[in-house]
Design a protein around this ligand. Structure first.
Ligand code: ADP
Length: 294
């Protein structure tokens, strides 16, 4: 064992667990049978205008897995997660090259409606962003907007809030403004809002980084429950969080782009989380997870 790996094993998370113990304890709990691929990325490049932000990403994301994207700031994690539901379409100058298949279908095909894509592939952001409406209306808004006609909207609202582990805290406040909830509650409300339109995939871009440790733990526990029904992709700058909650981890880094001072992001490696944290294949991954990065 190298000195670096020793350092990893001594690294404790916020809950006082050693990171290697965390990943090893979870290692035996893999789903049996072959994995079903939800996203398949082949040689994906992303540009902002003339700037190549991310180059040559090829990876697969499996159904009912939690896949974590980790890596230093600016390596393209948010850029890539936004590609998965075509959120980058909304950024002027952003351009995606390469192939992204979603359930075998070209996500960027001419016949694909990005609005429909975002219905199936929901997103939760770093900063909770409830609408300035009641708790109830936050949940009911999406289903109404896409013309869902549930037998009972009340039931759909309750079910979504229960799935997001928020119902007990807000059942007597359904008509109150969502902005009056705590930050952690607002984030679970945003998760409930994403769930309400019955997505297949939930993308989470640093969903807990603005929250206190107790709220963070609740979001992490919730993700563990949600993966029974959804495929989850999470961007996190917190390695311990990736180790605690994810099944697979993709490590990204940057390299100097030729001829310019720009730094381009790239995927260094992707593997089962326990493998990536205990036996990384690439020296750059090892340096990062042992804190010798940069
Ligand atoms: P990360 O999430 O890993 O911190 P980002 O995906 O946010 O990285 O950023 C990757 C690179 O793309 C960075 O150099 C960043 O400055 C650049 N970038 C991100 N968003 C935009 C944007 N909307 N316009 C121009 N450049 C951007």
């Amino acid at each position: 064992m190298t000195q670096g790996r020793m350092q990893v094993s001594q690294d404790e998370d916020q809950r006082g667990h050693r990171i290697t113990d965390v990943v090893r304890a979870r290692a035996g709990k893999e789903r049996p049978g072959p994995a079903e691929v939800v996203f398949s990325l082949d040689d994906v490049h992303v540009y902002y205008g003339g700037f190549l932000a991310l180059r040559g990403v090829s990876l697969e994301i499996n159904k009912h897995d939690i896949t974590a994207f980790i890596g230093p700031s600016g390596c393209g994690k948010s850029t890539l997660i936004r590609c998965l539901n075509r959120m980058n379409d909304l950024i002027p100058g952003a351009r995606v090259e390469g192939k992204i298949l979603y359930n075998g279908q070209d996500l960027y095909g001419d016949d694909v409606d990005p609005v429909e894509v975002r219905r199936h592939i929901g997103m939760v952001f770093q900063k909770p962003n409830p609408f300035p409406k009641s708790v109830y209306d936050n949940i009911a808004f999406g289903p109404k907007a896409i013309g869902m006609q549930p037998e009972s909207m009340d039931e759909l609202v309750e079910r979504s809030l229960r799935r997001a582990a928020l119902w007990d805290e807000v059942k007597d406040k359904l008509r109150q403004n969502a902005l009056a909830l705590s930050g952690g509650q607002q984030q679970r409300l945003c998760i409930a809002r994403a769930i309400a339109v019955s997505p297949d995939v939930i993308l989470m871009d640093e969903p807990a980084s603005a929250l206190d440790p107790v709220s963070t733990a609740r979001i992490e526990d919730l993700m563990g429950q949600l993966k029974q029904d959804y495929t989850i992709v999470i961007v996190t700058h917190n390695m311990q969080q990736a180790a605690r909650i994810s099944d697979r981890t993709a490590f990204f880094n940057t390299e100097a782009a030729e001829g310019t001072g720009d730094r381009t992001g790239l995927l260094v490696e992707v593997d089962r989380t326990d493998t990536l944290f205990t036996h990384p294949a690439d020296r750059r991954t090892e340096d990062y997870i042992t804190g010798r990065f940069g």
